[in-house]
Design a protein around this ligand. Structure first.
Ligand code: SF4
Length: 250
């Protein structure tokens, strides 16, 4: 018997559909993995946007087994052959703009159907909306928020400090436990939040298909500080497991 969809997820799915996005529901990560693998033709070039969610569902290995070339410069040595100290720009460019399908998650998805993301280099947020023929965004239910304001607040004050600590950067929010702006300007040399993209609906004048799979499971980085420690601790531990240390900032 099909699992009953939570009201919060149902509302979000309907809102995404109204905005022209191919919104789908997956009961768990196993189903999401099968859905993604079924959507990607064999021998396509697959780009991946530094996503713990995508790594954690296991689909990258499936796609490689199918004969696809997978570009995710954070999975070394399998793909890059060596741990990059500084990822060349041409590799970043190919990862997001030279692929047929781009896989990513979203920092947050709002209940009125918007995808909200903040990026350091812009690879993830550009590949998600322009370049590939198909963009597949896999989102755990823990990333659903009320609206764009709630998303931006959570990304800056919950996600960024934890993410930056995990990858070993010393941005000011790591010590402060929250974004230091607007009280103090976060200087470019220590800043990770450089590109903010809110996808409000399917981009026009392009035939890119954007599928958003909402998974009825906690996946990737995102939580409400009011949630029980047991749940947030599980989310954090899994994120650390699927997030390799990154190279130094430029
Ligand atoms: S702007 Fe700076 S301090 Fe604020 S969340 Fe981003 S990196 Fe951290």
């Amino acid at each position: 018997m099909a699992k009953r969809i939570d009201e919060e997820i149902e509302v979000t799915l309907q809102a995404l559909k109204r905005r022209g996005l191919d919104a789908r529901f997956a009961e768990n990560r196993r189903v999401a993995r099968q859905m993604v693998a079924a959507m990607v033709p064999e021998h396509w070039i697959v780009g991946c946007g530094d996503s713990a969610t995508i790594r954690s569902i296991g689909v990258l290995q499936d796609l490689m087994d199918m004969g696809n070339r997978v570009l995710d410069y954070h999975i070394w040595p399998k793909i890059m052959r060596e741990k990059p100290q500084r990822v060349p720009l041409r590799v970043m460019k190919q990862t997001s703009q030279g692929c047929d399908v781009f896989l990513s998650s979203s920092n947050a998805v709002t209940m009125d159907g918007k995808l909200v993301n903040i990026d350091g280099a812009g690879i993830r947020v550009t590949g998600m909306v322009f370049g590939p023929l198909l963009s597949i965004v896999v989102v755990g239910k823990n990333k659903i928020v009320r609206d764009v304001d709630a998303a931006l607040h959570r990304i800056k004050n919950v996600i960024a400090p934890f993410h930056l600590k995990t990858i070993g950067w010393d941005s000011p929010c790591v010590a402060a436990g929250q974004c230091v702006e607007p009280a103090t300007f976060c200087q470019p040399e220590r800043r990770a939040c450089n590109v903010t993209v809110v996808l409000e609906s399917r981009p026009s004048s392009t035939d890119i298909d954007i599928a958003v799979i909402i998974v009825d499971e906690d996946l990737g980085l995102g939580w409400d500080p009011a949630w029980p420690q047991e749940r947030t601790g599980r989310i954090q531990a899994e994120y650390i497991r699927w997030t390799p240390p990154h190279g130094p900032r430029r």
